[in-house]
Design a protein around this ligand. Structure first.
Ligand code: CO
Length: 134
């Protein structure tokens, strides 16, 4: 069902500081930067081989990532698995009895399609499925 780990999502308070850490000190190239208004985040994607680190800065306190930061502070936010067929992957996890946050795929960055599984059914790990733009 999953071909690879697509990215690891990291919630940050100060995006410039986090970009400096990952790009300058950890030497990961910045590949993409995008604001996703409907998800309330500004995202910076850095390359790690074929995978990525996805830095997430909330656009406000009353957003999913804003509430996460309020509760847990900066740090690891989610793991995203790549799939070539997000509808089939969603059908599989639904059939396996896992709780979904997104019943249908929604728009992600770089014209990808994404869907989240609820962390209560994945051992506390917020889990994302990603189908890259073709
Ligand atoms: Co993500």
């Amino acid at each position: 069902m999953f071909g690879r780990i697509d990215h690891v999502g990291v919630a940050v308070e100060d995006l410039d500081e986090a970009v400096a850490l990952y790009s300058e000190r950890l030497r990961m190239p910045v590949e993409h930067r995008e604001t996703v208004e409907e998800q309330g985040v500004e995202v910076v994607l850095l390359g790690v081989g074929e995978g990525h680190v996805e830095l997430l800065r909330p656009l406000g306190a009353d957003t999913a990532v804003g509430r996460f930061l309020e509760r847990r502070g900066p740090g690891l936010h989610h793991v995203a698995y790549g799939t070539d067929d997000i509808e089939s992957a969603l059908e599989c996890v639904r059939a396996a009895g896992l709780r979904l946050i997104d019943e249908c795929p929604r728009a992600g960055i770089r014209n990808s399609r994404v869907a989240f599984l609820h962390p209560t059914s994945t051992g506390g790990v917020l889990t994302e499925l990603v189908e890259a733009a073709h």
